[in-house]
Design a protein around this ligand. Structure first.
Ligand SMILES: Cc1cc2nc3c(=O)[nH]c(=O)nc-3n(C[C@H](O)[C@H](O)[C@H](O)COP(=O)(O)O)c2cc1C
Length: 198
């Protein structure tokens, strides 16, 4: 391949982005914020989506299979785990439900327990080798940013066992009062654009 061809060839080692959809409304605020983020990713980004409502994960029942084995006793998340381990960027998009994550997303987060067990029960230094940047996008009904910040607090410890760091959060308040969301849409786009500048 000549140098010119090589320069113009599509990048096949693109930025792997895993988007975790924690919302049920495909045309709601959270969906719009996520769309804005995804539309502004670098051109070489490859996006996988995991829709927690369409593929509701079984809840973790603390069966402790992962205390002894590298994996989970339940196969429903096998594909998800593979995408998670191979991704460079994680983006969680979620409404606030009762100061927490909607139940299907909470179930998904609890199912990360296999990586906690790998690290702290089985002594694996880095259960997930590939370092990741994480983004959290939340929408809440009330006018308080604090609701989204509560989800941030819950997510951060889990991210550490996934070898991920929370790069940025976008908390969009006031959905139940139909507050304008343009600034949040722009903030979501800007967060994704910054990935091109690294
Ligand atoms: C079950 C349920 C619980 C909710 N709990 C909260 C809450 O604790 N705090 C809050 O500000 N809004 C709460 N809301 C409002 C949602 O956060 C709000 O409607 C959501 O951000 C809209 O996002 P969407 O348009 O993507 O569906 C709740 C809504 C539902 C359906």
């Amino acid at each position: 391949m000549c140098a010119n061809t090589a320069r113009n060839a599509p990048l096949n080692n693109g930025l792997k982005v895993l988007a975790v959809l924690g919302f049920p409304n495909s045309d709601g605020t959270t969906a719009k914020l996520l769309d804005s983020f995804l539309a502004s990713l670098p051109v070489n980004a490859e996006v996988e989506r995991y829709d927690c409502y369409k593929n509701s994960p079984a809840p973790c029942n603390d069966c402790r299979y992962c205390h002894y084995a590298d994996g989970c006793a339940y196969p429903d998340l096998d594909n998800f785990y593979q995408n998670l381990e191979n991704s460079d960027v994680l983006v969680f998009a979620t409404p606030v439900y009762n100061l927490s994550f909607p139940a299907p997303l909470k179930a998904l987060i609890d199912r990360m327990q296999r990586y906690w067990a790998a690290r702290f029960i089985r002594g694996v230094r880095k259960p997930i080798k590939l370092k990741k940047q994480a983004f959290l996008i939340t929408s809440c009904g009330s006018d308080s940013q604090k609701e989204g910040e509560m989800l941030e607090k819950q997510l951060k410890p889990v991210l550490t066992i996934l070898n991920a760091t929370l790069t940025e959060s976008i908390h969009c308040a006031g959905a139940d009062y139909n507050r304008p969301i343009e600034d949040c849409i722009k903030a979501a786009a800007k967060a994704a654009e910054r990935l091109s500048q690294q």
